[in-house]
Design a protein around this ligand. Structure first.
Ligand SMILES: Nc1ncnc2c1ncn2[C@@H]1O[C@H](COP(=O)(O)OP(=O)(O)O)[C@@H](O)[C@H]1O
Ligand SMILES: [Mg+2]
Length: 172
């Protein structure tokens, strides 16, 4: 039924379940699979730390110091270095998430898999990827890395549901 499926992954468990569902659907429908990740930013220290808590991501981050130690410093030079460091870690984490996702899809037997990474607004990055790939289905988590559990939808899933021109599958 679907010809081109886009999975959006943020490194969360829910995003991982969305990827699994997208893989299953891609195999069943013999669809092309694209996987998109938008580099984490905004509240980077919390989000990156949260992500690093996901056990299997930590070992591959050796060589990077998580930026906890410089939190709260006021000096401009340090802040700039901190920001550059965060961007590097975010991009490295993003590459890792995408590499693993692609490998998982390939091992499961999806024939055509391609990955997309972007920076900037998360939902806009996903919406752009829908346009660029011509996806007729986007699969994403209802929630992601965020901590505010009382909300039914995360802000990214909410914005994509409201603006996507294709079908959206939200995974719990
Ligand atoms: N940076 C991102 N890159 C790609 N997909 C994302 C990103 N952030 C969120 N998503 C997708 O949106 C889903 C919902 O996340 P979100 O709306 O951010 O909820 P939360 O507020 O719980 O983090 C995630 O499971 C994932 O599929
Ligand atoms: Mg989020």
């Amino acid at each position: 039924m679907f010809k081109t499926i886009l999975a959006a992954v943020d490194g969360s468990d829910t995003g991982g379940r969305a990827l699994k569902a997208a893989i299953d659907l891609a195999i069943k429908d013999k669809a092309k699979l694209y996987i998109v990740h938008v580099h984490l930013h905004g509240r980077p220290v919390e989000e990156l730390e949260r992500m690093a808590e996901i056990e299997h991501l930590v070992p591959e981050l050796t060589g990077y110091e998580m930026p906890t130690a410089v939190r709260g410093t006021a000096m401009t030079r340090e802040l700039l270095a901190h920001a550059a460091h965060e961007a590097r870690v975010a991009s490295e984490l993003g590459d890792l998430v995408l590499r693993r996702a692609r490998q998982q899809a390939k091992e499961a037997g999806v024939e055509t898999v391609d990955t997309f990474s972007a920076s900037g607004d998360y939902a806009d990055g996903i919406l752009d990827a829908i346009d660029e790939t011509g996806a007729d289905l986007v699969v994403m988590g209802r929630r992601g890395l965020g901590k505010i559990r009382q909300m039914l939808l995360g802000s990214v899933s909410n914005k994509v549901v409201q603006n996507a021109g294709c079908a959206v599958l939200l995974i719990q």
